[in-house]
Design a binder for this molecule. Structure first.
Ligand SMILES: Cc1ncc(COP(=O)(O)O)c(C=O)c1O
Length: 419
């Protein structure tokens, strides 16, 4: 009989196999210093384009003050126990009410983590006879939530309404047999490529099909819409979203998340969300901190304006210089280049060491072979100087990629990988 660990000793997985070349540099890098537009990487200052601190709240002095005071007032334990048992407070309720009213829903419920919360919400919304139809490019937390579902599920092609319609037809036929309903799931903004989910068109399909619509708006909340209420507000279809989700991990620069919906749905979820029923309540420091952040999001439109000033400067600058930034419709700024993984490694090393630019790098198997995706996340803390410095650096690295410099530099890396 095999030892359970045999497979682990043999195969570290699609990303794990790069650990010896990548760890500490390309993956698990240590960014140091206060969270801001410029931090330190291996002792050197870099412009940071890899942090989802969209509104620059992470290190805002007012936020830091409230976080510190809440830590002093409550410690990090309070309240103890799950919400249902002993972990419920007025402040949790206040935050829920404020979040619900901000995203224009009747009620909201807090989640300890977005990932877990998404998994658990999907689990709670569907029964065995229900059908899930979801975008094939969905975030891992949606995929994992769907995995818990005991009934049928269909994926539709990424943001492809025709494909969604086809799958809704199939799902409708099936639901008529099982006696269940249909849940459609999309993201508000797809975090890798920056496209908005086609929420308006999806909501319009409700005229033709009977389904409920669940949107993960992790990247849209705080960045899109007139008031910052997200992709539903931006596209004018917040009412057509039956269950709205956002995390605190991006615009609110914290930990935690929430779902918002009609009161009756939230009342149901409150009693059926396993991730909240069987886990300790979100700690008070995070609740108080989120209240402060939400107040700033609501009352300081200048933060979102600055974010978009930076986003527009970065995206139009990249386009003007002929870079392929795909079809982004949000602050997420992907830059697609052609090259191998070893070339990508040499390029990113050059960017970090010689140009002081720190951004995330995505390669195969997350995106197709031969493509390099550099992903930049502008924030309100960036300056136009940061943008211009970055644009110049991108010009330089593209030239070196095209003239074969990285191929040569990476030859030794490639040789060591072949061994
Ligand atoms: C689209 C999306 N959904 C959910 C999550 C998970 O949220 P959290 O970090 O709060 O667990 C993330 C990442 O943070 C995300 O990008």
């Amino acid at each position: 009989m095999k030892d359970l660990f045999d497979k682990i000793y043999r195969d570290k997985g699609p990303l794990g196999k790069w650990a010896s070349q990548a760890e500490g540099y390309f993956v698990f890098p240590k960014l140091e210093g206060e969270i801001s537009n410029r931090m330190k990487f291996r002792g050197k200052e870099v412009i940071t384009w890899s942090i989802n601190d969209y509104l620059g709240l992470a290190n805002h002095p007012e936020v830091r003050k409230v976080d510190a005071q809440a830590g002093a007032d409550y410690g990090s334990a309070y309240p103890m126990g799950a919400r249902m048992m002993s972990g419920h407070t007025d402040m949790h309720e206040k935050l829920q009410n404020e979040l619900a009213s901000f995203v224009n829903k009747e009620a909201a419920y807090l989640l300890n983590f977005g990932y877990q919360g998404m998994v658990s919400t999907i689990d709670a919304l569907v029964a065995k006879d229900d059908i899930i139809v979801y975008d094939v490019d969905a975030h891992a937390c949606i995929i994992d939530g769907v995995r818990l579902h005991m009934g049928k599920r269909f994926t539709y092609k990424h943001n492809d309404i025709e494909s969604l319609e086809k799958n809704l037809e199939r799902a409708t036929k099936m639901a008529e047999q099982t006696g269940g309903g249909i849940l459609v799931i999309s993201e508000g903004v797809f975090g890798m490529r920056g496209e908005q989910g086609r929420l308006k068109e999806i909501v319009a399909l409700k005229e033709k099909f009977k389904f409920r619509f669940f949107v993960d708006d992790a990247h849209g909340f705080g960045t899109l819409g007139k008031t910052g209420a997200g992709a539903g507000e931006e596209q004018g279809v917040q009412d057509g979203i039956d269950v709205y989700f956002a995390t605190f991990a991006k615009s609110l620069a914290s930990t935690g998340a929430f779902i918002a919906a009609d009161k009756e749905i939230i009342d149901y979820l409150k009693y059926n969300l396993r991730s909240q029923m069987f886990a300790k309540s979100l700690q008070m420091q995070l609740v108080v901190g989120a209240l402060k952040r939400l107040e700033m999001l609501r009352t300081m439109p200048e933060l979102k304006n600055k974010l978009w000033e930076n986003t527009n400067a970065l995206q139009s600058g990249l386009k003007k210089r002929g870079f392929d930034i795909g079809t982004t419709q949000s602050c997420v700024t992907p830059v697609y280049l052609k090259g191998s993984i070893p070339e990508a490694m040499a390029l990113v090393r050059d960017l970090r060491e010689n140009y002081g630019i720190f951004c995330s790098i995505v390669v195969y198997p997350v995106i197709p072979k031969g493509l390099i995706l550099l992903r930049l996340i502008p924030t309100a803390t960036h300056t136009l100087d940061d943008v211009n410095e970055t644009l110049d650096a991108f010009d330089a690295i593209r030239e070196r990629l095209e003239n074969g410099t990285y191929k040569r530099l990476s030859a030794s890396v490639a040789a060591s990988m072949d061994k």
